[in-house]
Ligand binder design. Structure first.
Ligand code: PLP
Length: 452
């Protein structure tokens, strides 16, 4: 495992937290002013330090500060930034050719990425894969395939779901602000049903899986008609919604219902995929074999790539040239993905993700014992979150959550927030993060929560 990044041609990037200025420093503030004049505010900023290098477990900014990275660019740089095998392959490729359009004249790396995904994704049935540019595009294409294959139109999604920002995928997304507000009208034939959210289930965790599944299935059969439904689209762990692990038993029950009614079960593993949760895919935890699976974020070390993988008979139902796009499966992105697959396997990043979970969860649970602000600790592998509440209640506390995040940022720890109620701190460290940075980051977080 490479804890440092020495592919820059210069010295290895030190794996340390180092604060040279306040956060953000003067150079970043200058750049932020330029950003504000050139880029619309609709493109938000979590932490306004401008990055010059990153690798292993750190992000280095224009003022020379080195921050501990608990975000991985939203679960993207799981193999680390500028990971050596990614850099080597992409560098070679960029000198050979940068684009032909796979639909015009194909190249081998695209096919190899698809073969690999067909092999690695859950289920040993015959599969096909095609490549696109973003998670949203993958989800949209999965819906296109499901509709075409079934001849049905309705799509069922869940409370707290997030699937992207295009017209269809923002329609599939649950949360109004900031994703949907003012951007309607939305796409037709999208229906939302309850998700088994253990911490907030009204009759308690123990009833959550069964009651939520019964309610979801009742809504599908009574309000839509199961025979009208092309696809059920679900994240096996809700990402933006707040790292909600559906109560165990919920996903298998929904899958069983889909199978019985000819509905295509689409797993949106855009955030959970590629070793993040301590399995290669989050579906594996309960033995879920989806009909179609969407992947993106962690697939190519930050190069834009996404994939739809699924049953050959569904995928092959679409006519010639019914799918695709100019840039989909760009050769640089494909080489990067091959470097990522190799890194996950050779460096046992599934094992690393589990290790990260085994370090983080006990410390966060101990913190929850001490602090009434922490209402819930959850997640798997290196996809961990805490939910902050008003002490003694389950009332979400987004103000305290923002305050904790700000304190962490000021101390050089990059954390992200999430959640339907804006009260979740989520942790997505690169899987190659060295232990000493992980421990140091947790120390900063504990201090920030105690102080708030
Ligand atoms: C990020 C995300 C998407 C959208 O991916 P983009 O690449 O931003 O379009 C879709 N689904 C899930 C679960 C995500 O986390």
């Amino acid at each position: 495992m490479s804890g440092t990044n020495d592919t820059h041609g210069g010295p290895a990037l030190p794996q340390e937290r180092r604060l040279r200025t306040e956060i953000p420093g003067p150079r970043s503030r200058e750049l932020l002013a330029r950003k504000q004049a050139a880029v619309p505010p609709g493109i938000g900023t979590t932490l306004p330090v401008f990055v010059t290098r990153a690798g292993g477990g750190v992000v280095v900014d224009a003022d020379g500060n080195s921050l501990i990275d608990f975000g991985s660019g939203i679960a993207v740089t799981s193999v680390g930034n500028a990971a050596p095998r990614v850099v080597e392959r992409v560098t070679r490729q960029v000198a050979d050719f940068t684009h032909t359009c796979f639909m015009v004249t194909p190249y081998e790396s695209y096919v190899e990425v698809c073969e690999t995904l067909n092999r690695l994704t859950p289920g040993d049935h015959e599969k096909r894969t095609f490549l696109v540019n973003s998670g949203a595009e993958a989800v949209e294409n999965a819906v296109k395939v499901a509709r075409h294959a079934t001849g049905r139109q309705a799509v069922v999604v869940f409370d707290h779901g997030y699937h992207g920002r295009t017209l269809l995928t923002m329609t599939l997304t649950a949360k109004n602000m900031p994703y949907k507000d003012g951007f309607g009208p939305f796409a037709p034939e999208v229906y939302r049903v309850p998700l088994a959210y253990p911490f907030r289930w009204p009759t308690g965790r123990e009833n959550c899986a069964e009651e939520a599944a019964a309610q979801a299935i009742d809504m599908i059969t009574k309000q839509i008609g199961a025979e009208k439904v092309a696809a059920v689209v679900i994240e096996p762990i809700a990402g933006e919604g707040g790292f909600i692990e559906p109560a165990r038993g919920f996903l298998p029950r929904v899958l069983e219902f889909c199978r019985a009614n000819g509905i295509v079960f689409v797993a949106d593993e855009v955030q959970t995929g590629f070793a993040r949760t301590g399995d290669l895919f989050a579906c594996e935890d309960e033995g879920i074999v989806p009909d179609l699976i969407c992947t993106a974020k962690g697939i190519a070390g930050g190069l834009p790539l996404a994939a739809v993988t699924g049953r050959a008979e569904l995928m092959d139902s679409v006519h010639v040239s019914g799918l695709g796009g100019t840039f989909g499966g760009n050769p640089l992105a494909c080489e990067a993905a091959l470097g990522v697959f190799e890194t996950i396997e050779r460096d046992d990043l599934v094992g690393r993700a589990r290790h990260i979970g085994s370090v983080m969860l006990p410390r966060l649970r101990a913190l929850a014992e001490r602090s009434e602000l922490v209402g819930d600790v959850r997640g798997r592998g290196a996809m961990i979150a805490i939910e902050l509440v008003r002490p003694g209640t389950k009332e979400p506390d987004p103000v305290a959550t923002a305050a904790v995040a700000r304190r962490c940022h000021a101390e050089g720890l990059l954390v992200l927030t999430a959640g339907t109620y804006g009260n979740v701190l989520r942790f997505l460290p690169p899987l190659v993060m060295p232990d000493h940075l992980l421990e140091e980051g947790l120390g900063i977080l504990e201090k920030a929560i105690t102080e708030v």
